[in-house]
Design a protein around this ligand. Structure first.
Ligand code: SF4
Ligand code: SF4
Ligand code: SF4
Length: 353
């Protein structure tokens, strides 16, 4: 599937082919590629089969999805380097190790350098391809900010792509590194951003609006808490103290949602279903630049969470809950009194002629 070309269904973008060169060989578990296969809005199939009106042809080269092997698969990488695939979007999955401290070996790579028979490191691929890419995207928290491989005391010196290329780096099309964090990145966030970039490169959409951490603002503008379907329980001071609650707020079980930017509670995981706290799991902050170190231990309530939840629990929360439920019971759960089967009309209707 990965390198198969399909003809799109519109003439407007005829002749434009955008290639996606997807490096999964950062320090990676490849979970982001797998998560992307669950995207539905749009799906990867929508993108590569030309099912999206007006979208140029897209060819995706991805190790996890490819059916080609060896040199046949690697050809796209060499073609991109030689300028034969233009435009192309370079995607990195997994964090970037520090090859300056690899001892006598290397940390991670793909393909073999014919001149010396040695692996071509992921870092070398980034060096070769990033200057030629129309856009560069980091997918998953490992690639965006370093993630789990970049935890304190790691031996590889792992970092995110922007730490490696520089936070002010821009592609030859003038686009900064686009970061789509998450562990894994939510699949629709990946396909939607990819679709957006392809339209932008074809001159059919503006450049994406990114925040200070390189994230698309329309996807990462809200906190988990601002979109969580348990948020009203927080406000009313109704907190779960053990797992299994079907509705109470999970902050006392370690949920970090109030300080985490992520749209998963809104978007769900697959086809709108799921979404961490929505379905009973604490938010572990997997999209954040400080993940995981700054949020550990995951299942402990943090100091700010304890302070603000206690404020809600012991002051206004129960009052709000009581007042709302009384209002519902006395007023809003009852039909207006003029709806009856008696012999008079009591709706307040008055003839106007
Ligand atoms: Fe795997 Fe998570 Fe890293 Fe993606 S961000 S490569 S899913 S560990
Ligand atoms: Fe906020 Fe988490 Fe509670 Fe949801 S479960 S309301 S995200 S603290
Ligand atoms: Fe990660 Fe929290 Fe978003 Fe779930 S809700 S994907 S744990 S940041």
């Amino acid at each position: 599937m990965a390198a198969t070309e399909f003809v799109p269904n519109q003439a407007k973008t005829e002749g434009i082919t955008a290639h996606v060169i997807w490096l999964t060989t950062g320090l990676s578990c490849e979970g982001d590629s797998v998560a992307m296969t669950g995207a539905t809005n749009p799906s990867l199939e929508d993108i590569i089969t030309g099912a999206i009106p007006g979208m140029p042809r897209v060819v995706v080269h991805n190790t996890v999805l490819a059916v080609e092997q060896g040199e046949e698969f690697m050809q796209a990488w060499y073609d991109a380097e030689a300028g034969k695939l233009d435009p192309f979007v370079l995607i990195l999955e997994g964090s970037v190790p520090n090859e300056k401290i690899n001892g006598d070996g290397y940390w991670t790579g793909m393909g073999v350098n014919p001149s010396n028979g040695q692996p071509i490191t992921t870092n070398e691929w980034i060096d070769r391809l990033a200057p030629k890419a129309a856009a560069v995207v980091a997918v998953g928290t490992c690639a965006t900010y370093g993630g789990i491989p970049a935890m304190k005391n790691n031996p590889t010196g792992a970092m995110g792509l922007a730490d490696y290329l520089g936070w002010n780096w821009k592609s030859k099309a003038g686009i900064p590194i686009v970061n789509i964090p998450g562990c894994p990145a939510q699949g629709d966030n990946v396909t939607e951003t990819l679709m957006y970039l392809v339209f932008a490169l074809a001159g059919m959409a503006p450049l994406p609006d990114l925040d200070e951490a390189g994230r698309p603002t329309w996807l990462f503008g809200r906190t988990v808490h601002e979109s969580c379907n348990r948020a009203a329980f927080y406000e009313e001071g109704d907190f779960a103290t053990e797992y299994g609650s079907d509705h109470r707020c999970l902050v006392k079980l370690g949920c970090k949602g109030p300080v985490v930017k992520c749209n998963v509670p809104l978007r769900g995981w697959i086809n709108g279903i799921g979404g961490c706290p929505n379905v009973g799991g604490i938010c572990m902050a997997c999209t954040m630049p400080g993940f995981p170190d700054k949020y550990m231990p995951f299942m402990d309530e943090d100091a700010m969470g304890r302070m603000s939840s206690n404020l809600a629990k012991f002051t206004y929360g129960p009052l709000l809950r009581w007042g709302r439920h009384m209002n519902i019971k006395r007023k809003y759960d009852k039909e207006p009194e003029w709806r009856h089967n008696r012999a008079e009309l009591t709706s307040g209707y008055a003839k106007r002629w």
